[in-house]
Design a protein around this ligand. Sequence first.
Ligand code: ADP
Ligand code: MG
Length: 713
Amino acid sequence: MPLDLTTPLQFVTGVGPARAQMLEAKGLRLVEDLVAYPPFRYEDRRNVKTIARLAPGETATVIAEVKSAGLASFRRKNLGLFEAVFTDGSGETLLGKWFHGGYLADRITPGQRLALYGKIEIDNYAGRLAMMHPEFEFLGEDEDAEEGLHTGRIVPVYEAAGKINTRVFRTLMHRVLDELADPPDLLPEFLRQTWKLPGRAEALRQIHFPAPHEDLRLLNSFRSQAQRRFIFEEFFWLECGLALKREHAKLRAGISFKLEGRIRERIKEMLPFKPTGAQKRVLGEIAADMAKPHPMNRLLQGDVGSGKTLVAAEAIVIAVENGYQAAVLAPTEVLAAQHFSYLRQMFDRLGYETALLTGSLGAREKARTKRDLATGAIHVAVGTHALLEDDVELARPGLAIVDEQHRFGVMQRLRLFDKGRQGGLYPDVLVMTATPIPRTLALTLYGDLDVSTIDEMPPGRKPIVTKHVTEAKIEQVYSFLKKQIDAGRQAYVVYPVIDEGEETENGGGRKSPGLKAAETMHQHLAKTVFPSTPIGLLHGRMTQEDKEEAMRRFKAGQDRILVSTTVIEVGVDVPNANVIVVEQAERFGLAQLHQLRGRVGRGHQQSYCVLVTNKAGESVLERMRTLTESNDGFYIAEMDLKLRGPGEFFGTKQTGLPALRIASIVRDRDILEHARKEALAFTQRPSTDGELRRGLDYLQTHWQRKYGLVSVG
Ligand code: ADP
Ligand code: MG
């Protein structure tokens, strides 16, 4: 049977039910999926030589057999150095050395044939030719038949799928591409010409089996012609899908909020200070959205302390003055309480009824709040997930403010929309994030949201002074703390965990005994280090009452130090606190440390952030340096994204961003920009356009599920 793109892989020669299953686990079911599975790296095996002909200093591939192998030991100390001696019948032998190579002990054994690739050196001890940490691949028995596939060329390296290793992938890929008739190219012709991209069939061959003259560096930085084509294509369809989804959302019926002079006066009445230029601009964008008879879906991003909450408050005034209710959703109870007290202060001036709804509220109070929400007696509700429960109904839901969207996830956002269906009109949604990222990235990652950015800080802020020290200097840190407290200031001391031997509170961490924990350190600081200073404790497992009491005492200045976990990460606002010490700072991500740092620098005095680490690897140092050198949340978020990758940075599940096969939003930013522009123009074409129709069909059959497109076209 001839292969086509829709042939299930189990019908490919060499793929039985077992392999088909392993492939399927990687998301590879059809021939189409397999050929779209890109190598993640390439090896230059063009220069194949016999051992006898190797010269020191050159980089070469050698095909040889293992003569002997084992862990080397010096003076009975096992250094984890694995050594193997190779022969190839050319008369000479070659030594392969791997430090920390213990894992190779039962893998590389005498008699095996390997392809080795690396730089040739003279080994000082043995006085013979050696390769340090060569790349290697086991060669099978069937060498003669496939020699030309695995050596003597630039070879692709694939991520394994179960027991299917790179070698099997290479063989399968070669077979399939050989038998497959040239597949149709769905990327519009004009784009291929504009961006000089090869056709699909040609690009498929080149990406798996690059021509001998290809530039290895280009290949390994994902910049060959073939790679660029597939990266562009992946972004292009993604952006087409997002554009259509956004258009579609805009067709829904929403509320047309007016912003007339009377309402502007009300906003002025409420504001405790003059908004910054950036605050004015984004309020303009938000108000324009709110005025449209369609639901707003907007992301408001700005650095910590840039004044997002104030803008949110202004939007709420617009909603309430138009006769609607607003809901403010916070990720934690601490933050909900904080927003509540901040907003209530302002809204009291306008005579609004503001209520707090969280899980830990008493049953009676909860019932009353719910009733008042349902009758419309409450204008503004601030709360946690509790606000999203099924029995919470708003009489006239008009605006939802969702704080820190990446904590909430897309699902909850969708349920917010559902609530609006009651009146047939969708409420407006404003999502706030303190992890600002460049616009194109935000528009892609947050898919269906428009983006507003506050890029200016309120006046009079002094940049926070950030220092990095090691654990050894902790006494100096404590005496610095003491000086600040004696001068009337307050301080936070943050630990990654609550009690010793448990997981980090920001989730995902492994059990780590030996971690300094908030509870223990609270004891230690209160009893030994600062015996005459009142010290509070705040962490996620305390009861809501205790949490509120701890926050209240610290705010009122009764406690001078607050020992805490990351529960204070967002939103907490105590202007007199001017020092934050983060211990075991290596445990936190960059963006998270920046958030923590944002707890200080809110008053008039100089503020300090001290990052204490007890591990100091290169990557830890790089993270700490990023923070000591910059106070700019945009820069830090971008570095974080680079260092950790988007998956960890956002949690892919929560953004709704489909897993990309070859493109990377970090590495391929420039291509993303181009693809996005082209996609926006393309989807604006008249619906009778043939190319657009074909593109939509393709999106419908291939990408619909990924992008959650209800119906396009
Ligand atoms: P964000 O939510 O962006 O972290 P907030 O809205 O909490 O920032 O504002 C941080 C601090 O700055 C708050 O104490 C707030 O009252 C103050 N603030 C906000 N906007 C202004 C402004 N235009 N002028 C002066 N202070 C401001
Ligand atoms: Mg609207």
